[in-house]
Design a binder for this molecule. Structure first.
Ligand SMILES: C[S@@+](CC[C@H](N)C(=O)[O-])C[C@H]1O[C@@H](n2cnc3c(N)ncnc32)[C@H](O)[C@@H]1O
Length: 200
């Protein structure tokens, strides 16, 4: 069997994220996953959320065969072929709207323009009553930063000066400019947050 790219972090966080998604999402719907990476999350979530049709995507064309390979191995019928999607594109390659848009661990490993693109595109592609769910580390006003997040932020900025852990207020402000309101904030293991934005 061919080795597929693998993220140890995705293996660690997939269960706690799924536990939240199971509480937050209804019985059925369509979900667009942005920045699917290795596809580990896509198959893990779709295997449990059987009433959901899962659309994986990533900006990196090299990840698409890995995602497709994982989906094929899983035998799941509720995962669509992965699509290339750069959230900063003014048009996303989908005509339909989605009941949920899920995005893990992208905002800090990308320039700020990617947050701008995510919020604008989510506003265009969420169905009425739909939600944007993001997962990752954030800095919060009035919450002392975890030392591990400070060190992570420093290492990100050393790799690329446009990267870095985002201020939650900035992300919420960008969402608001696009008609999305922060509705839920769930603390997650390892100083991460799972956020739910809804059309306001
Ligand atoms: C750290 S990985 C996270 C992968 C996966 N979501 C996870 O949590 O394991 C960050 C991902 O963001 C994707 N990405 C970066 N910029 C993007 C953009 N402009 N549009 C869509 N995806 C992007 C990268 O290709 C990469 O797969």
């Amino acid at each position: 069997m061919i080795d597929l790219p693998h993220s140890p972090a995705a293996d660690r966080n997939k269960e706690p994220i799924l536990a939240q998604l199971t509480e937050i999402l209804g019985e059925r719907g369509t979900a667009l996953e942005i920045a699917s990476g290795t596809g580990q999350h896509a198959v893990w979530f779709a295997a449990s959320l059987r009433g959901w049709t899962w659309q994986p995507s990533d900006v990196d064309p090299q990840m698409l065969p890995a995602i497709a390979g994982r989906v094929a191995r899983s035998g799941l019928s509720n995962v669509l072929p992965p699509q290339q999607l750069d959230v900063t594109a003014h048009r996303w390659p989908f005509t339909q709207k989605f009941d949920a848009i899920f995005c893990a661990n992208m905002l800090h490993i990308a320039p700020w323009a990617v947050c701008v693109g995510l919020m604008a595109g989510a506003a265009r592609h969420l169905a009425p009553g739909g939600m944007l769910i993001t997962y990752g580390p954030y800095f919060e006003k009035d919450v002392p930063p975890a030392p591990s997040n400070l060190a992570f932020d420093e290492s990100l900025r050393a790799r690329d000066s446009t990267w870095g852990i985002r201020e939650l207020d900035d992300v919420v402000g960008e969402a608001r400019r696009n008609g999305l309101a922060l509705a839920q904030r769930h603390p997650m293991p390892a100083n991460n947050l799972l956020l739910v934005f809804v059309v306001s």
